[in-house]
Design a protein around this ligand. Structure first.
Ligand SMILES: [Zn+2]
Length: 108
């Protein structure tokens, strides 16, 4: 099987498809072949961080406003769906990664 060096942790890993951000089992299996603190694994190939950045960027300073959050989520939803991920799961992970505990769209 072909291998390559991870650009983040330098581990020699087998070439494999990147699982969706919501695939816990898939990422758990991949993690076993990378260093414990590998950034690529921690961010799930930056998919979580990307979703969080987009979400927070569009919500801007108005994160307390339900209207702003609904609009923000609507604007990044196509991106989340395009990655094949479960949207509720990605939204929860994005909010967690962004450190914005105040963001709760469901409560709006
Ligand atoms: Zn790695």
């Amino acid at each position: 099987m072909a291998t390559h060096e991870c650009a983040y942790c330098n581990a020699d890993v087998a070439e494999a498809p990147v699982p969706p951000a919501s695939d816990d089992a898939g990422w758990s299996a991949l993690a076993s072949t990378h260093a414990e603190d590998c950034e690529w694994i921690a961010t799930r190939a930056h998919r979580i961080v990307e979703a969080a950045k987009r979400y927070i960027a569009v919500a801007g300073q108005d994160a307390g406003s339900c209207e702003a959050l609904r609009w923000a989520w609507a604007s990044i939803r196509p991106y989340v769906l395009a990655t094949g991920d479960d949207e509720d799961d990605v939204r929860a992970r994005a909010e967690q990664a962004a450190g914005h505990d105040d963001i709760h769209v469901e409560a709006c």
